[in-house]
Structure formats: C-alpha cells, structure tokens
Design a protein around this ligand. Sequence first.
Ligand code: ATP
Ligand code: MG
Length: 237
Amino acid sequence: MSHAAIALRDISFTWPGQRTPTLALDRFEVQAQEQVFVSGPSGSGKSTLLALIGGINSAQSGTVTILEQSLASLAGARRDRFRVDHIGFIFQQFNLIPYLSILDNVMLPCRFSTYRRERALTQGSNVLNAAQSLLRSLDLAPTLWSRAVTQLSIGQQQRVAAARALIGRPEIVVADEPTSALDSDRQQGFLDLIQQECRQTGASLVFVSHDQRLAQRFDRRIALNDINRCAQLEESA
Ligand SMILES: Nc1ncnc2c1ncn2[C@@H]1O[C@H](COP(=O)(O)OP(=O)(O)OP(=O)(O)O)[C@@H](O)[C@H]1O
Ligand SMILES: [Mg+2]
C-alpha cells in the first residue's frame, strides 16, 4: 500500500477546446513531509498539474489521490471543502480577494474550514493572532495591514498569499512560482519560512519555479518534461 500524500496515476488531461492533451503522466507522487521542486518551461503544464492536485480541474482519465482520498469520488462542493481543509494553495496570480482586508484574506481558509480554524490555534492564541504572526514572519509590517490588497506591491501580495496558504497548517502546500516577484533576500526569507513551516507541521510541499538556483533546497527535483509523455511527443514531432 502506498501512503503517498499525493498520488497521480495514468493521468491524461486535455484542456477544453484543445485537440491534444497537455499532460500525460504515468505516475507522479509526493510523500508525506517531502518537499519537491517542479520545473519546466512556460506552457509545459506546471500550473495545470497543480490544478489537478487541488481538484480544481479533473483529468479525463487516471486517478488523483490526496491523503488517501480519491478526488474523483468527491462531488463539487465536497471536493472544494476537501481542498480548503487540506491544501494551502499559493496561486500564480495569487487570487487575493480585493474587497477583503489583508488580514481577512489571510484568515479566509479558517472561515470556510473548521479543520483549518482549529489547527490555526497552534499558530496563535486565536485566528487573528495566527494571521498576524504569519504576516510578521513574512516581513509584512503591521502598518500595511490596513491597506487594500490592490495597494500592495506584487511581492507583498505574494507574501499575503503565502500566509493564507500556511494558516491552519494544511497537510499539503502547493506553490505556483511564488518567488518570481521577490528580491533575492526576500526570496530566501520567504522560502526559509515556507520550508520551515512545512517541516514543523509535516506538510508536503510542491513548489513550482523556473528558478533553478532554488532547486537544491528541496528533497527532490522533477523536470515536468521528463515525466510528461505529451512533452516528449511534441519534442520528437
Ligand atoms: N484555461 C485554459 N484553457 C485552455 N488551455 C489552457 C488553459 N490554461 C492553460 N492552458 C494551456 O495548457 C498548457 C499548459 O499551461 P500551464 O499554465 O499549465 O503552463 P505552465 O507550465 O504553468 O506555464 P507558465 O510557466 O507560463 O506559468 C499551455 O499550452 C496553455 O496554453
Ligand atoms: Mg504556470
């Protein structure tokens, strides 16, 4: 029996309106507590892969199993619930909610998930406290907290998105190019915090980046084109 935190098998995924699959993977696994670096050129399917792991999109064939739960057996709302309970997502475009304050954005997963709310109480004396503590450790000063998210720089928004992914200690953290807008000092600090949080909580981390300088900090490195049969077909065509 495999106890991988993330297990994808025999996946084929084609975007609507396209004739050929974007992803064809025999096997993609991430173990509990493992920290994996996923790289690949633009358009190679990195964000698509993360969307399958999060159950945001479903593959036309194959299985996606997260924490031993098959995503296919969860219908829409239950799948969304499963994601917010167990996966902290840092999206490539952040997906922060513009009409919510910075703190409310960070606390959002705890509003939807009792599971995350309870686990956040190990990060602070209450959820607000946990959010503040994460923002501080990501070097976002309290003077910024009253701003609208639209008034933050991209690098600052990226760190708010990271705090939102980490609050409530999800078992899986998925990060889609989260350091692209950060200067190199902040990049190191940001990665230190994410990796340290994941180690402390035993979370698995899937980290997508173009930046090979970061790769050696991870337990394992995967070049998506090496495991995606579609990429090999395109290259040999
Ligand atoms: N919503 C969509 N509808 C149709 N095709 C899409 C959609 N999103 C992505 N694609 C296509 O799927 C392929 C993979 O895109 P994806 O966003 O996963 O790449 P990526 O590796 O994350 O690239 P980047 O490094 O630029 O973020 C591309 O050919 C893209 O055009
Ligand atoms: Mg992408």
